[in-house]
Every structure is written in structure tokens, then in C-alpha cells.
Design a protein around this ligand. Structure first.
Ligand SMILES: Cc1cc2nc3c(=O)[nH]c(=O)nc-3n(C[C@H](O)[C@H](O)[C@H](O)COP(=O)(O)OP(=O)(O)OC[C@H]3O[C@@H](n4cnc5c(N)ncnc54)[C@H](O)[C@@H]3O)c2cc1C
Ligand code: SF4
Length: 338
């Protein structure tokens, strides 16, 4: 049995206290929300913080306010279960309800938070292993080693962004509020991520993500499709989020964001641009899906083969857009479930 290493647990009741504790302990400290990702990672010694600053006692981080008409504000400590079941989310931001409802298992969704999901660690077959396994292959640069075992000549880590909700929130144009020693700032969620498997977040380690804001849902249509081996609890090895704002049957705004194909969610910018100002026909969807699959460049470091994941990008974008167009999903477009 793998055991947690010793650590000190601090339980602030305000964001200001959490930020102060993070500052006091510097690189020795990490934030923990539901702990559903961090604790297993600590058992494998992927992280060895001496101090954990727990966010569960901060009441102000929990809950959903606002409305689809004015925009929704979701506290980072709101669980995935609550997010997925929330009536406004389910009715007006269905891709978010789908993504939150597809994360891991019911038990972990009851503990896991939306903020934790947005900040969840990147993954790689050579890294999400026990300490003994990693030691046997002489470790890798993400933790305890010097080289990348996927791309040995590479100066960087290519671990994969594996959050289900991040691509969805990006596609919807969500913003996040960060509280740090210098005060509070709000940034587009797209700016929270950077293309590095190790330092995958642009925020400072002592900044607490407090809130996720969704813009008003007028004319918004959204869909999320997830590829994984076991439908019961696997991480995504491909996620496709599509969000469109429509004027009747003409696309006014479009964002397609791919998950699990890079160290950050990757927006298929050209495919989105191709859709704008046009009617969402089957022919246009086919063309856009081809363009959307170009920035999908999965490596051989997660489950299922990378050529298959690349191929399924086009299939899933087609399915997502056909769903948003009200067209039937084609029966002959591949065998994987969403
Ligand atoms: C078996 C298993 C299957 C899983 N399957 C999936 C899956 O299918 N899809 C998926 O997306 N995830 C999956 N996960 C990962 C995890 O359960 C979820 O991502 C969950 O949402 C993490 O939320 P949490 O509150 O538990 O985060 P924690 O584990 O508490 O934290 C995760 C990371 O986020 C940071 N963090 C947490 N909250 C904040 C905050 N407010 N501000 C700043 N930083 C913060 C922590 O420091 C840590 O680095 C799985 C985990 C397991 C064990
Ligand atoms: S991509 Fe390379 S450095 Fe990063 S976790 Fe995998 S093997 Fe390690």
C-alpha cells in the first residue's frame, strides 16, 4: 500500500490567510482543495510538500451565483457534482455539466472541486507511476530526473493537460479570479495555461484561484466529447469542447478547444474562424473538423495510440458540431464512445 509522506496541514478560513500561509512557507507549501489528485500524487512522491494549505474551510469559495442571463460565477471550491447538477449550468452551459459529470468517479466528483480540476497536474505514462517504478527507469525531468523519457533530446517536458473542464471553460470564454499577495486579478482562462508540462500554469504558486466566471449564455450552444478507454473513470486522452454563439442558423462566434493533445488546452483557432459568419451545414462542419484536427499533436505518453487520438480529433469535432447544428451524429464516423 502506498502511504502519504508526513506533512503539516494548515486550515485557513479566509483567502487572505491562505495566501499569507503560502507566502510564509514558500516552495515548501502547496494548496489542496478536494485532494483527489494531489493526495494520490503525493503517495507516488510526485509532490513532496512539507505544508499543505487546505482550502476546504473557506466558505466563500463554495457556491454558484448569478444567472445564465447575466453570467454565472462559480466558486473554485464548488464540487464537480454540484457543478454538473446545477440547473442553470445544465440548461445553459451543457458542455460544462457534461465535462464536470465525466470526471473520474462519483466519489471523487463529490470531493473534487472545479478549481482543482482547472489547476490539475499534467499527466504522462512515465510520470504517473509509483516512486519505485519511476526509480527503475531513472526518473524523468518532471520529477527527480534530468531527461524526458518520451522525447529524450527535448529540453522540455511534454506531459499532457488532462482536465476535462479546462477546454470547456476556455471554449466558453470563461475568466478566472486569482488572489495573491498583490491583491486580486481576473484573467481569461486561456491566459492561465502555458505550454510546458512542468510549469503548466502561468499563475504564481501562492495565488489562489477563487472564482470562475462564465459570460452570459445568450445564443450559446456548447458540447463536450471525451475519449478514454474506460467510461467509468479514466482521464481524457482526447477532449473536444465546442462553443458557438448563433444568429439563427449563422455562426456569430466559435471556439473549438482540444484537451489532452498538448501540455495545455489547445484552441483550434483556424477552425473557429472558418465557421464565423456561415451557416452550420454538414459540408462546413466536415471542412472545419479537418482544420481543427491540425493543431492536435498528441505524443506517445498517454493511453491509446497517438495516431488514433489524432484521428479521433476530427471525428469528435465532427460529432460535436453536428450535435450543435441539430444534425444526427453519423453512424459511420468511428467506434469510440464519447
Ligand atoms: C482515479 C482518478 C481518476 C481521475 N479522473 C479524472 C478525469 O477523468 N478527469 C479529470 O479532469 N480529472 C480526473 N482526476 C483528477 C481529479 O480527481 C480532478 O481533476 C479533480 O477535479 C481535482 O480537484 P481537487 O479539488 O480534488 O484538486 P486537488 O487534488 O486538491 O488539487 C489539484 C491541484 O490543483 C491545485 N489547486 C486546487 N485548488 C486550487 C485553487 N483554488 N487555487 C489554486 N490551486 C488549486 C492544487 O494545489 C493541486 O496542484 C482523477 C483522479 C483520480 C484519482
Ligand atoms: S513528457 Fe517527458 S519529462 Fe514530461 S513527464 Fe513525460 S517523460 Fe517526464
Amino acid at each position: 500500500m502506498m502511504r502519504l509522506p508526513p506533512f503539516e496541514y494548515r486550515a485557513p478560513v479566509s483567502v487572505a490567510d491562505a495566501v499569507k500561509l503560502m507566502g510564509d512557507h514558500g516552495p515548501d507549501a502547496m494548496l489542496v482543495a478536494g485532494g483527489t489528485d494531489l493526495y494520490p500524487n503525493m503517495k507516488r512522491r510526485q509532490f513532496e510538500p512539507k505544508v499543505l494549505v487546505g482550502l476546504r474551510g473557506i466558505k466563500g469559495l463554495v457556491g454558484i451565483r448569478g444567472s445564465a442571463a447575466t453570467g454565472l460565477f462559480i466558486g473554485s471550491g464548488t464540487t464537480l457534482t454540484v457543478t454538473a447538477a446545477h440547473a442553470e449550468v445544465a440548461a445553459h452551459y451543457p458542455a460544462l455539466a457534461t465535462a464536470a459529470g465525466l470526471v473520474s468517479t462519483p466519489q471523487l466528483r463529490n470531493m473534487g472541486t472545479l478549481g482543482g480540476n482547472v489547476c490539475v497536474d499534467t499527466r504522462c505514462n512515465y510520470y504517473n507511476q509509483s516512486y519505485q517504478w519511476r526509480k527503475a527507469v531513472d526518473f524523468c525531468m518532471k520529477k527527480d530526473g534530468d531527461i524526458c523519457l518520451v522525447a529524450p533530446g527535448s529540453p522540455r517536458c511534454w506531459a499532457v493537460s488532462s482536465s476535462d473542464t479546462a477546454p470547456v471553460l476556455w471554449s466558453m470564454g470563461a475568466t478566472v479570479t486569482l488572489s495573491g499577495p498583490g491583491g486580486e486579478r481576473r484573467i481569461p482562462i486561456a491566459g492561465l495555461y502555458q505550454d510546458d508540462g512542468i510549469v503548466y500554469l502561468s499563475k504564481r504558486p501562492d495565488e489562489v484561484l477563487t472564482e470562475i466566471a462564465l459570460p452570459p449564455a445568450a445564443d450559446l450552444r456548447s458540447a463536450y466529447l471525451k475519449l478514454r478507454r474506460r467510461g467509468s473513470f479514466d482521464f481524457p486522452v482526447l477532449g473536444v469542447a465546442a462553443a458557438l454563439r448563433m444568429d439563427g442558423d449563422v455562426v456569430r462566434e466559435a471556439r473549438i478547444v482540444l484537451g489532452a493533445v498538448a501540455s495545455l488546452p489547445r484552441e483550434a483557432v483556424d477552425a473557429g474562424a472558418l465557421l464565423v459568419g456561415r451557416r452550420l451545414t454538414a459540408e462546413l462542419i466536415d471542412e472545419a473538423a479537418g482544420v481543427a484536427s491540425r493543431p492536435s499533436k498528441p505524443l506517445d505518453n498517454t493511453d491509446l495510440t497517438h495516431p488514433y487520438r489524432k484521428k479521433m480529433t476530427r471525428v469528435f469535432v465532427t460529432r460535436a458540431l453536428r450535435r450543435l447544428a441539430g444534425l444526427p451524429e453519423r453512424a459511420d464516423d468511428g467506434g469510440a464512445g464519447a
